[in-house]
Write a protein that binds this ligand. Structure first.
Ligand code: CA2
Length: 151
């Protein structure tokens, strides 16, 4: 069974505590439980993580590259939070790994402030998902499974 690695960046640990009109009322623990169900339904093992540190995300993407090489990784679902809009380091970490990576946002970043319209992740991602609320995570897991089926 291959692993879906679900990575969450800065401030996503605050989900459900503030800004429910933007991000909904569910907590990150709720999102993890939702992802667990989605991964089980799609035949994936799950590894779900959150960090507030850019370098830790870079390290985890390198780890994903090694798992991909070893043949044990289904793919990565990445909500890089605000680093989406700032991080050349994350772009560089993804590029060249060969991993299937889905960029995910809970909110529709294109309907928000202009500084959220640019992503350093998108050019290195296989797919981009935004605006489905936290249910987007389950949709991304299903999308990842569909991508692997069609290979
Ligand atoms: O819509 C998304 O998922 C974002 O990646 C979330 C980021 C934001 O910087 C991106 O532009 C879009 C922010 C995550 C912070 O989440 C919070 C949740 C509750 C309370 C405060 C922050």
């Amino acid at each position: 069974m291959k692993t879906a690695l679900i990575l969450n960046g800065p401030n996503l640990n605050l989900l459900g505590t503030r800004e429910p009109h933007v991000y909904g009322a569910q907590t990150l623990d709720d999102v993890q439980a939702l992802c667990e169900r989605a991964c089980m339904a799609n035949g994936f093992a799950m590894d779900f993580r959150q960090t507030n540190h850019e370098g830790t995300l870079v390290d985890w993407l390198h780890e994903a590259g090694r798992l991909h090489t070893a043949g044990t990784l289904a793919g990565v679902i990445l909500n890089a939070g605000a680093y989406t809009h700032t991080s050349v380091a994350l772009h560089d970490a993804i590029k060249g790994t060969g991993i299937t990576l889905i960029e995910l946002h809970i909110s529709n970043v294109h309907a928000r402030e202009a500084f959220r319209h640019h992503s350093y992740i998108s050019p290195a991602a296989k797919a981009v998902m935004a605006g489905f609320g936290v249910n987007g995570y389950a949709l991304a897991v299903a999308g990842l499974a569909g991508m692997l089926d069609t290979k």
